[in-house]
Design a protein around this ligand. Structure first.
Ligand SMILES: Nc1ncnc2c1ncn2[C@@H]1O[C@H](COP(=O)(O)OP(=O)(O)OP(=O)(O)O)[C@@H](O)[C@H]1O
Ligand code: SF4
Ligand SMILES: [Mg+2]
Length: 326
């Protein structure tokens, strides 16, 4: 199977400064030696509590954020070496769908302008007729039908679900190879979610777009994803085929995620009870223990001495936990 995107040990630190008189610097390790690979035609789910680093990982894969260390390859090429024309090509082939359809569209720009802009940036050679045809096909593809009726509509004249469809249309007008969908349905009414998820599934089938699908909702993630990775404090702690992960979660943190039921309030940031984001100290060179040790009911002495290795415990099921491996 060919990889569309592959990371090796990527680390991303955020430095925040605070205080006027007594200055202090805090370093947050948002990604901690993350290894993932997403295959061509794959929808790769990423779950984890609020602050676990999901968005940061999505942004680094699209080169919208630079990493501190590690490697990211897009179709076998190192993205840190992209510049000039190559960045332009990379931007055409990769896109992002945002969580909030209300703020991701400009209220004074109509659907046609909003959707056509990325096409005009990357396909100056297209004739006017070709451009209009591509816009209509794309609107149809995201379920805005008949498309002609939506061209002149402004965001204020669209429902939440229709706005998200316009957001997806913008992202796919150039038929990207790789898409990051960052909680694309979490702000939508439950009744609209399945339609949007089916649009993403169709995109993969029709355009062969690979995706990183970010969510904190396990059921939603399982519905669309081929495999699911679990991110905890910037570390991937479990990875498996999606049905397998939900049926047989192994890592104690994954079990907590699956057992806790998120409150159905779209504005609420979600974290399972008792788990908070832990910022590392400025001098920390990376955690030399299991990242879940402070919360884990099964913690053992060894868990605090070194990080557990990511081990294949059963076919296509990897876990970083001493209960299952080294
Ligand atoms: N620009 C930034 N400056 C400083 N810290 C940041 C920045 N962006 C993210 N962080 C920190 O990095 C960590 C990971 O954040 P990130 O937004 O990637 O998490 P997330 O899993 O997407 O959370 P959510 O589910 O709330 O969207 C958090 O501790 C966050 O506070
Ligand atoms: S390695 Fe130890 S602390 Fe970490 S999840 Fe496994 S049992 Fe718990
Ligand atoms: Mg996020």
């Amino acid at each position: 199977m060919k990889e569309i995107i592959e990371t090796r040990k990527i680390t991303k630190d955020f430095v925040t400064k605070s205080g006027v008189i007594k200055r202090s610097i805090r370093l947050t390790r948002a990604l901690d030696e993350v290894d993932i690979s997403i295959h061509e035609d794959e929808i790769f789910g990423l779950i984890g509590e609020s602050g676990s680093g999901k968005t940061t990982l999505g942004l680094t894969l699209l080169k919208l954020l630079d990493v501190n260390s590690g490697s990211i390859k897009f179709m076998d090429e190192e993205i840190s070496s992209f510049y000039g024309k190559r960045i332009h090509e990379f931007r055409e082939k990769t896109q992002m769908v945002f969580q909030d359809p209300y703020s991701s569209l400009n209220p004074i720009i109509n659907t046609y302008k909003s959707v056509v802009t990325p096409l005009k940036v990357f396909h100056k050679e297209m004739s006017k007729e070709e451009v209009i045809e591509r816009v209509l096909v794309t609107l149809e593809r995201v379920g805005l039908s008949p498309p002609e009726q939506f061209l002149d509509k402004f965001p204020g004249q669209l429902s939440g679900g229709q706005k998200q469809r316009v957001g997806i249309a913008r992202a796919i007008i150039n038929e990207p190879k790789f898409l990051v969908a960052d909680e694309p349905v979490s702000m939508l009414d439950v009744s609209l979610r399945a339609d949007i998820l089916n649009i993403l599934l169709n995109l993969r089938n029709e355009l062969h777009t690979s995706m990183l699908f970010i969510s904190h909702d396990i059921a939603v993630t399982q519905y669309v994803s081929d495999r699911i990775a679990v991110l905890h404090l910037g570390q991937i702690v479990e990875l498996a085929d999606s049905t397998l992960l939900v049926k047989n979660p192994m890592h104690p943190y994954t079990k907590t995620l699956i057992e806790s039921v998120p409150v159905p309030d779209p504005k609420r940031r979600w974290a399972p009870e008792g788990i908070t984001v832990k910022d590392v100290e400025y001098v920390n060179e990376g955690r030399n223990e299991c990242s879940f040790a402070n919360r884990c009911p099964f913690v053992m002495e060894i868990c605090r001495k070194a990080r557990p290795e990511f081990t294949e415990v059963e076919r296509n099921h990897f876990v970083a936990c001493y209960l299952y491996g080294k």
